[in-house]
Ligand binder design. Structure first.
Ligand SMILES: Cc1ncc(COP(=O)(O)O)c(C=O)c1O
Length: 399
């Protein structure tokens, strides 16, 4: 298929302002179709989920359609899709439910490559259960996290391993299927943070070997919320704290309170939008596989240009050089504070913030302290002109 980025950009009202957005890893802009789906859902009669009134049926349909859409995006069963307000929230919820079964001496493995939302909930749950936390480090120069690094922390007492599918600052994509094999051979569960990978690749959670896979639609052209998917039987085995009158069915037992129906309609629209960039007329899952592969190709091509341009500037330091990576780069400019790079670029309408972006352990491990560095990440709507503007902005700081 031919990926036409200018055609796609016309669907994004926010781009009309002329800003080059490199902060997609923090949250992407949305196509008009997503905003319209939210407004349409809110303007139709809407009640709590139910089967009697049309408004109840609409709410029910919105939820079931969103579960089917997410299942098509990630390659899982609709009944295994749990909606939440954020990935952080749902990871805390799952950690507390899992930790009910942990005992003193059990072990939980986390990595320094992860966003804090896939570290702290496990560290704190382990603390409450008297379990031991074991840390997986990564290579400071390359930013690679290998299977052997993970295997070195596994034991017969390992109950859970939490690892990212892609680092939100360094872009590193660990070899998840191989990690999953090792984790399962140790008799443990694998909780994968898919927040940063999902916008950039076709996902098949079964092929990745994830027992749980969390992601957030606001990173892939959708509205602000999070979700986690798992096999329904995995969810059946867990009993999170919940209100007495609320449903004990799976996945509803994990969804505390009333779901944000209009937001879920936006998520379905975002997934349909992604599928709509495919050229074939096949089912949605097949179209998503095709369109995500095309997005990956488009972003990788632009990313080569971005990396080459940054590497050509002798005063730019690129943090990490992983072989398998998302189109996300973390960099500093010699002699210019990261915050100044961020502000100078912003004055040129180039949005590339500086921070540790909650990948606090990674930032500290790299010697960047709590402040991190400048991050530039590509999105499906990024184009060559955006990249040239960022490169010119950085070059102007060092001229
Ligand atoms: C890799 C990664 N994991 C988790 C999160 C947290 O997601 P949420 O804001 O939905 O809690 C983020 C957000 O930036 C992220 O980039």
């Amino acid at each position: 298929m031919v990926y036409d980025v200018s055609l796609l950009r016309a669907d994004f009202p926010a781009l009309a302002e002329g800003v080059a957005y490199f902060d997609g890893p923090g949250g992407t802009q949305v196509p008009r179709q997503v905003a319209e789906a939210i407004a349409t859902t809110m303007c139709a009669g809407l009640s709590n989920r139910g089967a009697v009134t049309r408004a109840e049926q609409r709410a029910d349909t919105v939820v079931l359609e969103a579960r089917r859409a997410v299942a098509d995006l990630l390659g899982c069963e609709p009944r295994g899709v749990v909606f939440s307000r954020s990935t952080t929230q749902v990871t805390y919820d799952v950690s507390r439910a899992l930790a009910k079964g942990w005992r003193a001496g059990d072990e939980v493995v986390v990595t320094r490559l992860d966003h804090d939302s896939n570290i702290r909930p496990w560290v704190q749950a382990a603390e409450h259960a008297g379990a031991t936390v074991r840390w997986v480090d990564f290579d400071r120069d390359t930013a690679e996290l290998t299977v052997d690094d993970v295997v070195a922390q596994l034991s017969a007492r390992t109950r859970l391993v939490a690892v990212t599918a892609a680092s939100n600052v360094l872009g590193t994509k660990p070899d998840l299927p191989a990690i999953a094999d090792a984790v399962h051979a140790a008799g443990a569960l694998l909780y994968v943070d898919g927040v940063h990978l999902t916008p950039h690749a076709a996902i098949d959670v079964e092929a990745l070997g994830a027992d749980f896979y969390a992601c957030s639609p606001y990173k892939f052209l959708g509205p602000h919320h999070g979700l986690v998917v798992a096999r329904p039987e995995t969810l059946e085995a867990l009993h999170p704290d919940k209100l007495l009158p609320s449903s004990d069915a799976v996945p509803e037992r994990f969804e505390l309170g009333t779901l944000p129906y209009e937001v879920l309609a936006g998520t379905t629209a975002a997934i349909d939008y992604l599928a709509g960039t495919a050229s074939s007329a096949a089912d949605r899952r097949t179209r998503l596989l095709e369109s995500m592969a095309a997005i990956e190709e488009h972003e990788d091509r632009l990313f080569d240009h971005l990396l080459d341009g940054l590497a050509r500037n002798p005063r730019v330091t690129l943090h990490g050089s992983p072989q398998r990576r998302t189109p996300t780069v973390f960099f500093s400019v010699d002699g210019v504070a990261d915050a100044e790079v961020y502000q100078a670029l912003a004055r040129l309408d180039v949005n590339a913030p500086a921070s540790s972006f909650y990948a606090l352990e990674a930032s500290r491990w790299l010697g960047l302290g709590d402040g991190g560095a400048v991050r530039a990440g590509l999105a499906p709507y990024s184009n060559e002109e955006d990249v040239d503007r960022l490169l010119a902005g950085v070059d102007s700081l060092t001229a």
